[in-house]
Design a protein around this ligand. Structure first.
Ligand SMILES: [Zn+2]
Length: 87
């Protein structure tokens, strides 16, 4: 079994380790909303991946909730108006 002839100095070990493992992160932009994203991952901002809507974002849910609330409020207002007209 081959064995190293000499002990590696701390400096040699550390200088080799200094160049290990650090790579710049690849960044691409979302095709739908142009936000910077990691490649091969769905966009957190709009929920799109390769031009297809994959999941509902927090903003989407908030908008939906707002629309349903507005619809309910409008219904209530209409009911109150009709009740007032009848009286
Ligand atoms: Zn996006």
């Amino acid at each position: 079994m081959p064995v190293p002839k000499r002990k590696l100095s701390r400096a040699r070990i550390r200088s080799r380790a200094a160049n290990k493992g650090l790579k710049p992160k690849a960044i691409t932009s979302c095709n739908n909303c142009k936000v910077a994203i990691m490649p091969h991952q769905a966009c957190d901002n709009c929920g799109f991946y390769k031009g297809v809507k994959i999941f509902e974002t927090k903003m989407d849910r908030a908008l939906k909730r707002g629309q349903s609330r507005n619809a309910k409020q409008n219904m209530k207002a209409k009911k109150q108006e009709t009740n007032q007209e009848q009286e």
